[in-house]
Design a protein around this ligand. Structure first.
Ligand SMILES: Cc1cc2nc3c(=O)[nH]c(=O)nc-3n(C[C@H](O)[C@H](O)[C@H](O)COP(=O)(O)O)c2cc1C
Length: 301
């Protein structure tokens, strides 16, 4: 089974990707958070750093763009190719209101007519890299999925990642695993399942339900249990020493890049993932004022 580490803007940067690969591994492809394309094609300094070969040395990565303009996407794909990569991804699933109100991300799903016209333009020319998409199953409702699938099935995507929620459902609302099966039945090329895979049991359940699920993308599950991909390959769970090394590497990397105080805030947010609802852990973390006490807070029994 192919495992993608989901892109998470503000979290899965080069520091995290490198530390993860070094300490836990098990991931086939690290997906880069989106580059928000603009008319002037000027990328942010952090976006340029994030895609640079130095930042991704030794990793298999998939850069991602957010745009509704075929020319912007095309120019960006040439840039991706010049950076030395052979694959690129388009985000048509982001549910953030600031993104969708401009018709980008899952805002693209609201207008199937435009979606088709957009991909007609994109695929009218030879592409410098292969293109995949990351989508949701609708804007307002899962009833929109068959029409979206009809469109996606008509283009030669490298793969199609399906976050089995609508825009409205954001990240925690209802989930529709059956929509993935519909994509498989429709003959979508290399569909990748995404959404709420938190444990080996969750992935096994998916495989039972849908044996054709050959690839999964995992985000929050890998933050909560960074050894999850390794476990899915039959490897061991995360040891305490590994978790200590993981959080230390993240803190040191981020403290150097941003500022120690900001790095600590970032680490605390990340550490809250495994213990959602764990009041004691939250209290200990809130009181912690250095990385050592943060690590103690989450590794104490
Ligand atoms: C903080 C945050 C940032 C995200 N940034 C991106 C992004 O840049 N590009 C993208 O395609 N998805 C992004 N996502 C969505 C995730 O990639 C993923 O689809 C989502 O978390 C569901 O998968 P999971 O249940 O395994 O976490 C983001 C999600 C979160 C929570």
């Amino acid at each position: 089974m192919k495992i993608y580490f989901a892109p998470m803007e503000g979290i899965t940067d080069g520091i995290l990707r490198q530390a993860h690969n070094r300490i836990f591994g098990g991931v086939d492809v690290y997906c880069l958070p989106f580059h928000k394309l603009t008319q002037t094609m000027s990328l942010l300094t952090r976006e340029i750093r994030d895609i640079s070969p130095e930042e991704n040395e030794g990793l298999n990565v998939l850069p991602q763009a957010l745009t509704r303009d075929p020319e912007q996407l095309s120019a960006w794909m040439y840039y991706v190719s010049e950076c030395g990569y052979s694959h690129a991804d388009l985000n048509i699933g982001c549910p953030s209101p600031t993104v969708t109100k401009r018709g980008r991300g899952s805002g693209m799903l609201r207008d199937p007519f435009y979606l088709r016209a957009f991909f007609d333009r994109v695929f009218a020319n030879t592409l410098p890299v292969s293109l995949s998409v990351k989508t949701r199953i609708g804007y307002e409702s899962a009833d929109e999925w068959p029409e979206i699938l009809d469109i996606l099935a008509d283009y030669p995507f490298d793969h199609v990642t399906v976050h089995v929620r609508t825009m409205k459902e954001q990240y925690t609302g209802g989930i529709h695993p059956e929509a993935f099966e519909t994509a498989v039945q429709k003959g979508i090329h290399h569909p990748v399942y995404n959404g709420d895979l938190r444990s080996v049991e969750d992935v096994n359940e998916l495989k039972q339900r849908c044996p054709a699920a050959e690839a999964v993308m995992i985000g929050r599950g890998l933050l909560a249990d960074p050894a999850l991909a390794r476990e899915l390959r039959g490897g061991p769970e995360a040891g305490k020493d590994e978790l200590q090394a993981w959080y230390t590497a993240l803190y040191e990397g981020w403290a150097q890049r941003f500022h120690p105080t900001l790095a600590l805030g970032r680490i605390k947010k990340l550490m809250e993932w495994p213990g959602e609802g764990d009041i004691r852990r939250k209290r200990l973390l809130r009181r912690a004022d250095d990385i050592e006490s943060c690590i103690d807070a989450i590794l104490s029994d």
